[in-house]
Design a protein around this ligand. Structure first.
Ligand code: 9UX
Length: 71
């Protein structure tokens, strides 16, 4: 299992936070998601054999927000 932090752009209200949480949570291989609205970030626990940081960012983009890994 891997844990990574991502910057998340475009969230302006609590419902945005829920949208991002749901979009990432539903990916196969994602174990847990913690989205921080005020910080504009999220922590994701995932199985790297099933899902990649790129897949996670793409899911956030498709939900209408933007994400990039924090390295
Ligand atoms: Mo809040 Mo976010 O009304 O896309 S849901 S701004």
């Amino acid at each position: 299992m891997a844990q990574d932090k991502f910057d998340v752009g475009g969230m302006t209200c609590a419902a945005c936070q829920a949208h991002v949480d749901r979009a990432v949570s539903k990916l196969d291989g994602v174990q847990s998601v913690a989205v921080n609205l005020l910080a504009g970030s999220m922590m994701v626990d995932y199985d790297p054999a099933q899902v990649s940081p790129d897949d996670i960012c793409t899911a956030v983009d498709r939900a209408g927000y933007s994400a990039s890994p924090v390295s």
